[in-house]
Design a binder for this molecule. Structure first.
Ligand code: FAD
Length: 631
């Protein structure tokens, strides 16, 4: 990548990250080899929130009675009566403020509800999420009081549906490359929008759309950093410099065209994915959302926030698969045995059990982090999104394998679930892009500190204090892993192992930065490994917190464990962990402990492998093999 382009990207990232980097979040701390016990919350006691449990039960009953995922997939349409029903249940305004007609739920409460939808019908979950999480969220966070009053009440009930329109032919993963223009009118009343948007969920059926477009920015108003971040190469109104601005658009604006309301597609077929065009479409200046030229910040803040919901929908789908696959493995007999007695089937069930437990743990701890008012959670939500969606994909694949040919037919839900789950790894930040993001943002602070130290080394006496602090931490790191605190002594071995792995990870990050320095930006093989290790470390931390919380729970009805055990009935397999003959493992808590502990062990193995591959790999050969097929 040419130097100028790289500087430009760094300037854009700087602008987006702003001063949030000043205080490292829990996940960023992992890159330094530290474990910030105080920053990782206790796992929330979900079962204690009886009001939300009642909402969950109500939604579950509604799903069973009214939402037919097979018909929605077949007809590629969510019937209006379901949209109305979800509106009546408060789902379409779940997190919107009560004064605007919403339910005012927290992110954690909303995730509990989305988990139900995700386990029942992925199309409906996507419809709700696109309407609720990324549409009105921008208005809540960045709208003026007038905009909030005008749009939110009708969005909260579902009378109006919303969409979030960022993607264009030239702007996919590279969201900053939006080409739609918004030219100020000469009378100063507003803007004329020209351009196209594609693949917009609800785009063709929405009454309110958040649309990203380029506006000219007088260069005199830009800081040097911002000037470097300007791009697009388009001239608008004689101004060579343009930046992205968010606009509130309604389809009654002259020049608004729905090119295609429902593009036929692989999965989540009930959701309406549209193509739009704007032809000299006048948008009044009152409809600018947030500040002029700060649209990318609007988009990325909203997407950051929305990513936690992937964890919730994936939790629902993963639990569904686990329940069905374990039941099938216990009853399907081949070679005279239930197939669940074969180790290669057990291997899959074990992964599914641990994976479902871990997705859930990371989802609710990340949601709690957002609810706590912490404003730097971009790494945590990106990590959760990648982990949850990748893990669910494998869980569905394993479920299909366990069901064999039966899963291949459309009278079972698994082929639909597979089609539905594939978009998760592409939308709202493709997983590879997010992996690179996690690694680079995580390593950035460490790199800055290292640079400071290397600068200081050139005149050690002048910078003695900086060197002293660094050396002190290094020495400490050499002899002692960070303390990972747990309430329950029986988890101390797991905590100690996690602390050791965090320390090893931090050392590897530092060694990598010393080896590649600025060039690390180009080393995506390595960044991918660092991201994979960091993601498993974050999820392991969440799993340990959840296990700690489980051990504090009473065993009775209503506990989180009991809630989970209802979702996953005891397996009739003889001699298994949940079997009748294993009294000491009979309780739901014991079974959750096994799932969590197995996750921790297997994650540690994967982390070790990823870190070992940093220094012993076939990257050069991989590049040759890839280049051999690139024209
Ligand atoms: C069903 C559906 C619904 C959607 N809904 C919306 C919506 O409501 N609103 C909206 O604005 N958009 C929406 N999108 C668009 C979606 O957000 C984009 O598909 C996504 O951002 C990725 O862009 P792209 O598909 O153009 O992939 P590309 O950017 O072309 O990337 C293709 C692949 O290249 C790789 N890649 C790209 N860049 C890098 C990199 N820097 N490093 C490493 N690998 C890289 C990744 O593997 C990626 O998957 C939707 C898409 C679909 C399919």
């Amino acid at each position: 990548m040419p130097l100028k382009q790289r500087e430009q990207q760094i300037a854009e990232a700087e602008e987006l990250l702003g001063d949030r980097l000043a205080q490292a979040s829990f996940a960023k701390g992992l890159f330094f080899g530290t474990f910030a016990n105080r920053k990782l919350l206790d796992y929330p006691n979900l079962a204690a929130d009886t009001a939300t449990l009642a909402l969950v039960d109500e939604l579950r009953r509604y799903c069973q009675a009214e939402i037919d995922p097979v018909a929605i997939d077949r007809d590629a349409m969510i019937p209006q009566r379901i949209i109305d029903g979800l509106g009546r249940l408060g789902m379409l305004g779940a997190c919107l403020p009560a004064e605007c007609g919403g339910r005012g739920l927290s992110q954690t409460q909303y995730c509990r509800l989305l988990e139900v939808l995700g386990g029942h019908c992925a199309s409906t979950a996507l419809f709700v999420n696109a309407h609720h999480s990324i549409g009105p969220r921008a208005i809540v966070l960045f709208g003026t009081p007038e905009q909030q009053q005008r749009y939110l009440p009708k969005l909260a009930t579902g009378e109006w549906i919303s969409a979030f329109a960022l993607t264009e032919p030239e702007a996919g993963s590279d969201a900053a490359n939006v080409q739609t223009t918004a030219t100020p009118t000469e009378d100063g009343r507003g803007f004329l929008l020209n351009g196209t948007k594609r693949w917009i969920t609800n785009g063709g059926i929405a009454q309110v759309l958040t649309v990203m477009a380029r506006t000219p920015v007088p260069s005199s108003s830009l800081s040097p950093g911002e000037r470097a971040g300007v791009r697009g190469g388009k001239t608008i109104g004689g101004q060579p410099e343009t930046k992205i601005t968010a606009f509130l658009v309604t389809p009654d604006m002259p020049g608004f065209e729905v090119v295609e309301a429902r593009m036929p597609k692989c999965g989540v077929r009930g959701s309406a994915t549209g193509r739009l065009a704007f032809h000299n479409m006048f948008v009044p200046k009152e409809n600018v959302l947030g500040q002029l030229g700060k649209g990318l910040r609007v988009a990325l803040t909203v997407l950051d926030f929305g990513r936690v919901t992937f964890g919730a929908t994936c939790t629902g789908a993963a639990k569904f698969c686990l329940q069905r696959a374990s039941r099938h493995a216990a009853t399907r007999v081949q070679f005279g045995e239930p197939i669940g007695t074969f180790e290669l089937v057990k291997e899959k069930l074990a992964f599914m059990n641990a994976g479902a437990f871990a997705i859930e743990a990371a989802t609710y701890l990340t949601a709690a982090l957002i609810d706590s008012g912490e404003d730097d959670y971009m790494l945590e939500t990106a990590m959760l999104k990648v982990f949850a969606t990748d893990t669910l994909w494998r869980i569905i694949n394993d479920t299909i394998q366990i069901f064999g040919g039966k899963a291949y037919f459309t009278d079972e839900p698994y082929e639909r679930m597979m089609r539905d789950a594939r978009i998760n790894m592409i939308g709202e930040g493709a997983n590879d892009v997010l992996r690179a993001f996690v690694a680079l943002v995580g390593m950035r602070d460490v790199g800055l500190e290292l640079k400071g130290v290397l600068d200081a080394l050139s005149s050690p006496l002048k910078h003695f204090s900086k060197l002293g602090g660094f050396a002190g931490r290094k020495l400490e790191g050499l002899f002692r892993s960070p303390e990972v605190r747990v309430h329950h002594s029986e988890l101390e071995p797991e905590a100690a192992r996690l602390g050791h792995t965090v320390s090893t990870f931090g050392s590897n990050v530092e060694r990598l930065l010393r080896t590649y320095r600025e060039e690390i930006v180009e080393r995506q093989y390595q960044a991918g490994r660092i991201a994979d290790a960091a993601i498993e470390l974050y999820v392991s931390s969440c799993v340990l917190r959840r296990l700690d919380a489980l051990l504090s729970l009473p065993l009775g009805e209503g506990s989180a464990a009991a809630d989970r055990s209802r979702a996953i009935p005891p397996s009739p397999l003889v001699g298994e962990g949940r079997g009748e003959g294993n009294g000491h493992l009979k309780s739901a808590i014991a079974s959750d402990l096994i799932a969590g502990r197995y996750y921790l062990r297997s994650a540690e193995r994967r982390i070790r492998r990823a870190l070992a591959d940093l220094w012993d790999n076939d990257d050069a050969l991989a590049t040759q093999a890839a280049n051999a097929v690139l024209p």
